[in-house]
Ligand binder design. Structure first.
Ligand code: PRT
Length: 87
């Protein structure tokens, strides 16, 4: 189990060390357009899960949306603090 902040730190490390087989490296290399499509895809899956699926499925889809959101922030060079200052 990890927190939102811990995941972001892990993704920063992946972007820096670029290990083979990393989903994050592949997602970063795919570019902003592909990353944006993933954010929308996962947001849609969260919506569908909230209307029609179990709590567990909703939680899983939510985790994927959070991951895809972090990838796009990372790709643009933003930190979580850049976002948190608006909360
Ligand atoms: N939390 C996630 C995470 N959530 C989703 N995903 C990616 O998103 C995919 C699932 O999303 P989809 O449903 O769109 O996938 P799919 O349609 O079946 O397949 P794709 O064609 O989209 O790959 C997974 O196969 C992963 O590639 C994630 N990839 C990585 N993480 C975490 O990120 C950290 C770094 O991971 P790596 O970069 O892979 O080392 C680790 O803590 C991981 O647990």
């Amino acid at each position: 189990m990890k927190t939102f902040d811990e995941l972001f730190t892990e993704l920063l490390q992946r972007a820096d060390s670029r290990p083979d087989g990393s989903s994050t490296v592949a997602a970063l290399d795919a570019g902003i357009h592909a990353q944006g499509k993933k954010v929308l895809e996962e947001a849609g899956e969260v919506w569908i899960a909230a209307e029609h699926e179990s709590d567990e499925q909703l939680a899983e889809e939510a985790s994927q949306l959070l991951y895809r959101l972090q990838v796009i922030l990372l790709a643009r060079g933003l930190s979580l603090d850049d976002v948190y200052r608006y909360l």
